[in-house]
Design a protein around this ligand. Structure first.
Ligand code: BMP
Length: 244
């Protein structure tokens, strides 16, 4: 399978930094971008990607984020977490704005389906050589109501349209294991839910994920570098076991 640029870069960074950590940043307010700059400066050796959420985008605007991404684009991959779920022409506009801001990949919901929905995201991604990541299950209990019963079909959509990866929860490892069985090495699996949401560091990796998305445990820590190192050490232990 043809490896997309986003996927190639994030795996390259994982190898260089010996890290499987994607930082989730969701803070808002006047100082949010400055705080993210400080984190980006200090975590360069330990984190492969930065996933920026809507609270930050809405309070800081895309211009400030564009400058930040330009400054750190050699150090990290940047993921826009907008969990897209609109009709195609709107998805297409949002994707264009985010990709032109400098984001390397966008997270979209899969339940909107392809025709007249996801196609807007995939077309923009293809046109600009960028990445798409599809949510196939979420870390909160309510995901069992509507999303989890169709997780298998969401994974199939991600495979069919050659997404770069999927998001699946470290809080429900059976799902991560199932997704890995289905996709083999065709898609990256990114797992949120570790740390602040209760799953132990390394839980996602132990179930076969490629990366763990970690937010507040690092961003709210008094010593983010120390916390990232602690996580990295646990990841190293688990990847060592996985290799055996
Ligand atoms: P934290 O580690 O602070 O709980 O942050 C988790 C991050 O992962 C948040 O940015 C959230 O939007 C995201 N996320 C999640 O928690 N669960 C999901 O199912 C999907 C997500 O993208």
């Amino acid at each position: 399978m043809l490896e997309g640029e986003f996927r190639r870069r994030i795996l390259e960074k994982a190898f260089e930094k010996k890290s499987r950590v994607i930082l989730a940043f969701d803070e808002h307010g006047e100082d949010a971008v400055n705080k993210l700059i400080v984190l980006c400066e200090s975590l360069k050796e330990h984190v492969v990607g930065v996933k920026i959420g809507l609270p930050t985008m809405l309070s800081s605007g895309l211009q400030g984020l564009s400058r930040l991404i330009k400054r750190f684009k050699e150090d990290y991959v940047f993921i826009a977490d907008v969990k897209m779920a609109d009709v195609s022409h709107v998805n297409s506009l949002i994707s264009r704005l985010l990709y032109e801001t400098g984001f390397d990949a966008i997270i979209s919901h899969g339940f909107i389906g392809y025709e007249g929905g996801l196609e807007g995201v995939f077309h923009e991604a293809e046109r600009l050589g960028k990445g798409v990541i599809i949510v196939v299950s979420m870390s909160h209990p309510g995901s069992k109501d509507f999303i989890d019963p169709v997780s298998d079909r969401l994974v199939q959509i991600a495979l069919k349209y050659m997404a770069d990866g999927v998001v699946a929860p470290a809080t429900r490892l059976r799902i991560v294991e199932e997704v890995r069985k289905t996709v083999g090495s065709s898609l990256l699996i990114l797992t949120p839910g570790v740390g602040a949401q209760g799953a132990p560091y390394g839980a996602g990796l132990s179930a076969g994920a490629d990366f763990e998305i970690i937010g507040r445990s690092i961003t709210s820590s008094l010593n983010p570098v120390e916390k990232a190192l602690e996580v990295k050490m646990e990841h190293g232990r688990i990847l060592g076991q996985r290799a055996c």
